[in-house]
Design a protein around this ligand. Sequence first.
Ligand code: MRU
Length: 345
Amino acid sequence: MAFSTIEWADGRIRMIDQTLLPTEFKQIYCDDIASVWEAIKSLRVRGAPAIGIAGALGAVLGIWDSTATTYDAFAGELKSATDYLATSRPTAVNLFWALDRMNRTAAENARLEIPALKARLLAEAQEIIEEDKAMCRAIGQHGMALLDENDTILTHCNAGGLATSDYGTALAVMFSAHEAGKNIRVFADETRPLLQGARLTTWELMQAGIDVTLICDNMAAQVMKEGKIQCVIVGADRIAANGDTANKIGTYNVAILAEAHGIPFYVAAPTSTLDFALKTGDEIPIEQRAAAEVTEGFGKVTAPEGVKVYSPAFDVTPAALVSAIITEKGVARPPYTESLGAFRG
Ligand code: MRU
């Protein structure tokens, strides 16, 4: 992409405000940790790897103006900052992974003077960004081997450059195949209630010159039945040790449809999305979102005032429905406890 999804810019964080896309492209600045929390919560920055980066950069912002004179006082401020950021969204494990990494980096460098420690933490956050870029490229390379000439892929939500530092996970597979000269097409689910598919995925794919067709979520079964889809590729917010995968609400529906139509269902994610502490997906915390996102998303009231609403932001696709998990370390196949276990560490 021509612009970074999220980056450090002279003592502040600059990010694309994704709530405004596709009608307005605007970069905004976060000057303090509260605005980073708000940006994550309200999905100005979103997508598991990008949320992790926001957490790491937010932690730096949290201690940037610290006047602490001892390591213990400084480490306490960093811990408060990361504990606060950890309350923004619960499902994407990349956030907690990045926040832990920042606290660990501080502990490993406790001997440094405070100004040097601040610089070391910023370098660590930048390293997370650079690693994420490399992981996305590697996912693209591993994943494109799964695609045949003239394949049409269905994707759900947005797992593109906007959801990562650059290039994406599920979309990385499509970008790589396209760049390698493979003729592919994509169907993008619109992804109610916040329309990440309609607003962001189609925007990214069109910019890359990839043939993309937008459908409403409830059209996927018909499109599959018509033989238009050769495989599904989605991203992930958290993958348990057994391969159960949390991703945007509606992903599980798509996996069931893919199974019913004999279509391979692939998950693409960096190993920072693997959560080996959880044996199965039953333990993955599922974020609940505000009713207004369903009843008056994007300003128009579409339900009677006072109607009861249930709005989980994610669902968990059982590993049995996942044909393969594409990571930067290679493609894992069932049984996932073994194949993903080999990627540990
Ligand atoms: O609520 P969002 O927009 O943050 O949800 C994003 C997704 O579900 C993505 O598919 C997932 O984070 C993978 S991003 C590479």
